[in-house]
Design a protein around this ligand. Sequence first.
Ligand SMILES: Nc1ncnc2c1ncn2[C@@H]1O[C@H](COP(=O)(O)OP(=O)(O)OP(=O)(O)O)[C@@H](O)[C@H]1O
Length: 300
Amino acid sequence: MSISVNNISKSFKGKTALKNISFEVKKGELFGLIGPDGAGKTTLFRILTTLLIPNHGEATVVDFDIIKDYKSIRNNVGYMPGRFSLYQDLTVKENLEFFATIFGTTIEKNYDLIKDIYVQIEPFKDRRAGKLSGGMKQKLALCCALIHKPKVLFLDEPTTGVDPVSRKEFWEMLKRLQNKGITMLVSTPYMDEAAICDRIALIQDGEMLEIDTPKKIVKHYSKTIYNVKANNMYQLIKSLKSYQHNYSVYPFGEFVHYTDTRTDFSPIDLQHYLTSKNLKNISIEITQATIEDTFMELAK
Ligand SMILES: Nc1ncnc2c1ncn2[C@@H]1O[C@H](COP(=O)(O)OP(=O)(O)OP(=O)(O)O)[C@@H](O)[C@H]1O
């Protein structure tokens, strides 16, 4: 195993950030931690990268113990923290040289690993990091986290605040790194990104709700979901929420995802009800559960 976490708990002044967390990440796996703000993702990253000591439990990274072998872990992992972690006043090249130097290596030595990513920011190599766009900053941060050829890479919300095109590019880069044998633990609040991971853990309020492949996780959703649409979204949500048989009502893009408490639910009944609420152009169709639906259900 590349990462093994066994019953880790952490509290801050009586407030629990992580509760008995256990999971394993296999060598070469791209493993996603999916959860909202405050779920405990950053705390877990800080513990696994030896920046924070847990109150209870044990963990190993590349078979090194997070407490006893913290120095070995620091030499073997790369960490891209959530907030921009680089030196804003140093140029792109200077930042990279700085990170290479503190790990006793050079850009040239490990250029192969970062080449694909670095060529995209090379035209800006003399620009100060603080003056880069969001997507460029992420690429530089990734290069800096990779410059010492880590075996495991920790990425805390690497695409938060990055535009959709750069987000897609970023995940393509992660896939290429995975092909080079790097194990990755990556957190994201974006459910579409979760689907790209080999396995994901859904985390909320410091607890793991579920761990599985994205495909299997949605199979855990037992109810039939309907995509409901009408001419007035606000009125539609309000009406569905006051419908006596509703089990769940969540806006989902141009639709509302609706589930019903009855086993013999007939969409016709719902159609009549919505018509009585003056809604028009109503459509009600069965749809597949998404990771987001599963998360909402588990988090209920
Ligand atoms: N140093 C600290 N002191 C006090 N409370 C903390 C500290 N660090 C984290 N917490 C609390 O622990 C909980 C988990 O925080 P954490 O930052 O790990 O969550 P997160 O999932 O990474 O969310 P975010 O994306 O907002 O960082 C939150 O309630 C947070 O307020």
